[in-house]
Design a protein. Structure first.
Length: 216
């Protein structure tokens, strides 16, 4: 792949990431991505990625592979320290690697909001889009499932799904507020640990009699 092709592809990925973050997945066309990336070829996005799903996959490859590697490394460390049975450590391994995407970079920070918008549009990221990019997340989820196995299976699945969506939404809001300079970078660690606390609280909250009574 030539340097020019690599540069063109990266420009399209970064433009798509920003547009999806700011406007939502379904409000952005391949033509708009081409224009935002400064591509003279009006079919450049289609040529490189084939479809909007292909563009999402490319954005995930650009960002999520590094997130997944950080998450896997953190889980390896927890395993070596015999801490895979600690709920907060597991939730931290889930949240913190993604939160590192909030650290300022020259092209701006849009990935977490992009991810949030994709989940809002699709509810679940299709396997062909996320394949080989979320092994760390799935490993953390399995460990949490084992740790919270006293919960009714249906409720456990619901809580893990909701916790995933809520933690991403919370980090996306932090990303937006940092862009608007309403959250200082110096306070980011506190905000991230608060997301860990809230996610943990939701997962481990006592099951009320009202919830149990309404389960089929």
């Amino acid at each position: 792949m030539s340097n020019r092709t690599v540069a063109s592809r990266l420009a399209l990925v970064l433009a798509a990431e920003r547009l999806f973050a700011e406007h939502g997945l379904n409000a952005v066309s391949l033509r708009q991505i081409n224009e935002a990336a400064g591509q003279r070829n009006s079919s450049a996005a289609h040529y490189h990625f084939g479809s909007r799903e292909g563009v999402v996959r490319a954005v995930f490859e650009h960002r999520m592979r590094a997130v997944d590697a950080r998450r896997s490394a953190l889980l390896d460390r927890l395993e070596a320290e015999d801490k895979l049975g600690e709920a907060r450590s597991l939730v931290g391994a889930w949240v913190r690697p993604l939160a590192e995407e909030l650290l300022p970079r020259p092209e701006g920070n849009y990935y977490v909001r992009c991810l949030d918008q994709v989940l809002r549009a699709w509810s679940v990221i299709p396997p062909d889009v996320r394949r080989d990019l979320d092994s760390g997340w799935r490993r953390a989820r399995r460990a949490l499932e084992a740790l919270l196995s006293e919960l009714p299976p249906r409720l456990l699945t619901l809580r893990l799904t909701t916790a995933t969506q809520q933690s991403i939404a919370a980090l996306a809001q932090i990303e937006l507020l940092m862009e608007r300079r309403k959250i200082a970078q110096s306070s980011l660690p506190m905000h991230v640990e608060n997301v860990v606390d809230m996610t943990l609280g939701g997962l481990t909250a006592p099951v009320s009699a009202e919830t149990l009574a309404r389960m089929d």
